[in-house]
Ligand binder design. Structure first.
Ligand SMILES: [Zn+2]
Length: 1153
């Protein structure tokens, strides 16, 4: 038994408890992590008075001054020498500490949006019973429910403890390549407070009655469930002439598959099994004219590397307003008339052969390549198969008009594509947590049978729309939050108060805990505390606690975090104008650092480093007249040559910082240094944060493969010939474990690394991204960066990245009620044990996906509970706990599971699972496993839930009818099936991006949004109705916009009216439209305004600024565009939707027979 299972013996009241040590991990205590030598940096732990003038260590050159603009000193030529590098001494007279100019202090209107915790929403202590806190009686249903009986507890807890080896391997596998060795070690003392004990204290039998019935498990008699609105409507419509669907099981039936004898063209014999079918060693798919990258395309999508376009336009770009980070909600609009014929479950008629869909699998090698395509006597009509657009539109019209009230257990929320408001009545908003299913099978046997993964996609710091209330901050003073004595779960709406309110029974582990005297409150006649509505932690799904000092590293409240800007000043960075651009931008951007809502200025301190083969640190102390540079050329043993003056307050050092940012581009203007280091840069930032005893974020702007002699030096090992071989996985793995160890050190310090990459060739994203990935940071990549075309995108990304809400030094744990357990985790983080997700930084866009497995039976009565607790340091240095609670239903009928699934979340999980799998398995194995799992999911439904019907019919569960189309998109994605134009770095980049995506992001990434523009209503704010992603849906006379979260394509048909072209592009004919445009021209006419407003609206909705690419029909760039028409067969061999559906049908039939 592990230490996790020690019974808790701490005091019963709310004081600091031993269990809190759970967050005081060795890594946070400044002590060495197991196996990580720390002595190397020992000298820099702690403040070092008098350090400003030490004996210069080897390789370190103090500089007395700073070159003026007029006398740049060429640094690159002599930095490697050991001679002191005095660069000028043109100090101006001291400015006598005059206050910094107030210029730039005005904030953009939307700035407050980043101060999540102010605006009068903060509640310290017991909130007044103000209107917002009043909740309707409906929320009573969320009082703690019937708890498991003591008898079952004892049995249940035996299941806790260290997970089996297989689980550990899963976790290790996910967290990174070299983590395995550490995770296999014994749980850290951190685990002490969390694990349930081996023995369960006797529980008074008196509460079993108290709680009964307080939960209101969903039953049909309680009126229509939310799911029945969108998904559960009985299908009375004839599917096709002469056939009626069952009204009970609510499946989706695809008529083209029934009955088998007549549908010879798609009979199973036509398709060899996917498993075992050899893939060709090279990329399949016939090259199209123009596909060879002979000449530079005029533009490329965000992650596709090809030579940059010559730019002709760099007009002012209407960037997204700052306020837009909450984004105007996309207006809902009525279903498109063209889709009215389609209803749930009804997919129209079988059409004759379609010219665009010649054979079912002609030439597609992925699912077998038996000689000769099958005869296509009868093709599936694409209109007859489930349409993503239709599902999205139906959900919008059914669920977009009313708020989603979270007061009912196990409610499936509206789709991520539906615009809806959330009212928290005891469960976390779907903006924070989405689940693959809201109804969990009661037994693991059922779960295994269905193969439906049970997972939650959690975005703990999600940004909310302005209409919704931010989580309240609860301050219990020195005693801290009230927690269960045993499992350490935090007080939440599901805890059940008993014995007149003197004790409460834990909804997670059933342990009974004394209520601390200061927290005591009487119960009303229903057993509810009379202060129920006054306390967020009793009545809301999401809230925050102010953490006490026990939740802090070294039992010390944290210092405010710091941002360190680290700029590559090698030849390419300078020559492209990047260095000057960054410096110019920082001058204004530093005024918008994140801050608490009630603070006048940000508490975040800033520091600056430039580097090529050596590092340059800058002293920007406010008392200096000019910044001072210190060069460290001994990169083998990185240290920070100055403490005082490196990290400064922006307002205090405004003049010195401005001077520095003016001088950096001049100083390196003539550099000839092309080589860079990389790991020492991260080490320098890490050491600086260590010395300052704070957490923080490094913003690294980097251009090339770090080949200079230094730790972490890399070599070019790109080899696309490895694709489709057993060694393909190495392309996704880091080439050295050095960065894994560095990442571990960074996490221990709370040093988050954000990486902005500007490569002109391979720079090994898979390795450079390791630290970013494991510290919870973000990677941005701008291949062939060109100032004219890419600066808007880069600057918008940088602005948002600097300003967005971020928590530092974060630890997340997900607790579950008895019967299920979090077993696997996906995302950008580090894990040193099997339960705690550690992130040096966690921002508002990052999600962590958690998979659950049964370890006991669940009960329909009590359901299943999740509590996600995130401990983090706010941007002002406040230590906080953010709590999200969610209650799910449990079922003994598989049909209930299938009725309450969310396919978008399922796809999010499956994509992350597959993208992690490519690290260890051949890509083909990963793809086959995905197909097989989904076939099993659908076959289980067919076998157990669908009404008896011909075996030749494909019957899909209503909630999963889009599973095949979306799954196909994942299978065709660049990571799992790269096209010839996709680089190794692109794939590594996409792999990392997807791993942290939320459900809305994966939804649009895998199935892009395609909007026809020509007939857009210029007088309305609404978006035109989207259409399906297939070439046959495009009209030559229309203009379309396609977005996937990384790119926006504007496709112009050859027959578009001249007037539209004039209005949108300001030119008189199709041939004059320039594909090099990176923004749409600003023209004063309604159509131009409308299209630009749509683009702006989409930009604001996404976490990254999308690259705009103009595509003219029949132009060579159209190949790139077609890559995103995901219902069609892809150039890289990906199946069309129709063909893939046939294939899935065959797989399902094989499983059933
Ligand atoms: Zn408990």
């Amino acid at each position: 038994m592990s230490v996790n299972q020690q019974a808790h013996t701490g005091p019963p009241y709310g004081q600091p408890q031993p269990g809190y040590q759970g967050y005081q991990q060795p890594a946070y205590g400044g002590q060495p992590l197991p196996g990580v030598p720390q002595s190397q940096y020992g000298a820099y732990n702690g403040p070092m008075p008098g350090y400003q003038q030490p004996v210069p260590p080897q390789g370190y050159f103090p500089s007395l001054g700073f070159p003026s603009k007029g006398s740049p000193v060429s640094l690159n030529s002599d930095t490697s020498s050991l001679a002191p590098n005095f660069i000028g001494s043109l100090r101006a007279p001291p400015t006598s500490g005059a206050p910094p100019p107030a210029s730039g202090a005005s904030l953009p209107s939307g700035h407050l949006a980043y101060g999540q915790f102010g605006h009068g929403d903060v509640q310290n202590g017991i909130p007044a019973s103000a209107a917002p806190m009043q909740r309707p009686p409906a929320s009573q249903s969320f009082l703690p429910g019937s708890a498991p009986t003591p008898v079952s507890q004892t049995a249940t807890f035996q299941q806790y403890g260290p997970p089996p080896a297989s689980v550990q391997q899963l976790s290790n596998h996910m967290a990174g390549m070299t983590i395995g060795s550490t995770t296999a070690s014994a749980p850290s003392p951190a685990g002490l407070g969390y694990g349930p004990p081996t023995s369960v204290p006797p529980v008074s039998g008196s509460f079993s009655a108290t709680g009964s019935g307080l939960y209101t498990p969903y039953t049909a008699s309680q009126g229509p469930s939310p799911t029945s609105v969108s998904q559960g409507l009985p299908l009375a419509q004839p599917l096709f002439p002469g056939q009626l669907m069952s009204t009970q099981r609510l499946p989706t039936q695809v008529p083209g598959f029934a009955p088998p004898p007549s549908s010879a063209g798609i009979g199973p014999s036509s398709y060899p099994p996917s498993t075992g079918a050899p893939r060709p060693p090279t990329m399949p798919g016939p090259p199209l004219p123009g596909q060879t990258v002979a000449g530079p395309p005029t533009s490329q999508p965000n992650h596709v590397s090809s030579p940059p376009p010559p730019s002709t336009m760099s007009g002012p770009h209407p960037g997204p307003p700052m306020s837009g980070l909450h984004g105007p909600p996309p207006p809902t609009h009525p279903p498109q008339p063209g889709y009215q014929m389609q209803q749930n479950g009804s997919f129209g008629q079988v059409r004759g052969p379609q010219p665009n869909y010649g054979g079912a699998y002609p030439g597609t090698p992925n699912y077998g390549s038996q000689p000769g395509p099958p005869p296509p006597p009868k093709r599936l009509d694409p209109d007859s198969i489930p349409s993503p657009i239709q599902v999205i539109e139906d959900d919008r019209s059914n669920r977009g008009s009313e708020p989603f009230v979270t007061g009912v257990r196990g409610q499936v929320p509206p789709l991520v594509t539906t615009n809806f408001l959330v009212k928290d009545q005891g469960n976390a908003s779907p903006r924070y947590i989405r689940c693959t299913s809201y109804n969990i099978p009661c037994t693991s046997d059922m779960a295994k049978q269905s193969q439906v993964p049970l997972a939650a996609v959690i975005k703990p710091l999600a940004t909310l729309p302005p209409e919704e209330t931010l989580p309240y901050l609860v301050d219990h003073g020195e005693s801290g939050p009230v927690r269960c004595n045993r499992c350490k779960a935090y007080m939440c709406p599901f805890m059940q108060f008993i014995e007149g309110g003197r004790r409460f029974q834990c909804c997670f582990c059933s342990c009974v805990t004394e209520v601390p005297p200061h927290y005591f409150q009487h119960l009303d006649h229903t057993g509810k505390r009379v202060d129920f509505y006054d306390r967020p932690e009793l009545s809301l799904g999401s809230y925050e606690f102010l953490a006490t000092v026990d939740y802090c590293k070294n039992n010390k409240f944290p210092s405010p975090p710091a941002f360190i800007f680290m700029i590559d000043v090698s030849y390419n960075a300078v020559k492209s104008g990047l260095v000057r651009l960054i410096c110019e931008e920082l001058k204004s951007l530093l005024d918008y650092l994140p801050r608490e809502g009630n603070m006048e200025e940000s508490a975040i301190r800033v520091g600056f480093v430039t580097y090529n083969k050596v590092l340059h640190f800058y002293n920007v102390k406010s008392s200096l007249a000019q910044p001072q540079m210190m060069v460290v050329s001994d990169v083998a043993d990185m240290f920070v040559p100055l403490l005082d003056g490196f990290l400064v307050n922006v307002n205090e050092s405004r003049t010195v910082i401005a001077s520095l940012l003016d001088q950096i581009p001049e100083m390196f203007a003539d550099t000839r240094e092309t080589e860079t280091v990389f790991a020492p840069v991260i080490q320098a930032g890490l050491e600086a944060l260590k010395a300052a005893e704070c957490a923080g974020k490094l913003f690294i702007f980097h251009t090339s493969l770090p080949i200079a002699e230094a730790p972490g030096k890399l070599k070019n090992r790109d080899d696309k010939k490895l694709i489709n071989t057993d060694k393909e996985k190495t392309l996704f793995q880091p080439q050295t474990s050095f960065y894994n160890n560095l990442a571990k050190d960074c996490v221990a310090q709370g040093c988050c690394v954000d990486l902005f990459l500007f490569p002109n060739q391979y720079l090994d994203v898979a390795t450079l991204g390791v630290v970013t990935y494991q510290t919870g940071g973000s990677i941005y990549k701008y291949a062939y960066f060109q100032l004219e075309t890419d600066q808007d995108r880069f600057l918008n990304d940088l602005r948002r990245d600097v300003q967005k809400e971020v928590g530092f030094d974060a630890v997340m744990r997900v607790r579950t009620s008895t019967g299920i357990r979090a077993t696997d985790f996906f995302g950008a983080f580090y894990m040193s044990n099997t339960t705690d997700v550690e992130m040096a930084g966690l921002d508002c866009d990052k999600t962590i996906t958690v998979e659950f497995k049964h370890d006991d039976k669940l009960s329909e009565d009590s359901g299943a509970l999740l509590q996600c607790a995130l401990l983090y340091t706010s941007c002002a240095g406040q230590r906080r706990l953010r709590i999200h609670n969610l209650s799910l239903n449990c079922c003994i009928q598989l049909a209930d599971l299938y009725r309450n699934c969310e396919t978008d979340t399922l796809i999010n999980y499956l994509a992350k699972y597959a993208y992690r799998g490519v690290l260890n398995s051949p890509v083909k194995t990963v793809r086959d496993a995905l197909i097989n799992q989904c076939a099993q999911i659908l076959a289980c439904y067919r076998k157990n839930c669908a009404s008896p019907s011909s075996a030749g019919q494909l019957i899909l569960p209503e909630c999963m009818k889009l599973l095949p189309v979306y799954l196909n998109c994942v299978l065709k994605s660049d990571v799992l099936q790269p096209g010839p134009e996709v680089t190794t770095d692109d794939r590594a980049y996409i792999r990392q991006l997807v791993t942290s995506m939320d459900v809305a992001e994966t939804n649009v990434f895998f199935y892009p949004r395609l909007l026809p523009l020509a007939k857009a209503d210029v007088n309305s704010d609404s978006l035109p109705a989207a259409i399906r992603n297939s070439e046959e849906r495009l009209s030559k006379g229309d203009i379309y916009l396609l977005e996937n979260g990384l790119n926006i394509f504007v496709w112009v048909g050859v027959n578009v009216q001249q007037g539209l072209i004039q209005n949108l592009f300001g030119v008189s004919s199709f041939s004059q439209i320039s594909s090099a445009l990176s923004t749409l021209p600003v023209l004063e006419n309604p159509f131009s305004k409308k299209v630009r407003s749509i683009v702006d609206m989409l930009q604001v909705q996404r976490s990254r600024y999308m690259k705009l690419i103009i595509v003219k029909q029949e132009d060579k760039l159209e190949m790139l565009f077609k890559h995103f028409l995901v219902e069609d067969k892809s150039l890289s061999g990906g199946a069309s939707y129709v063909d893939f559906l046939c294939h899935m049908h065959k797989e399902i039939r094989q499983l059933l027979s």
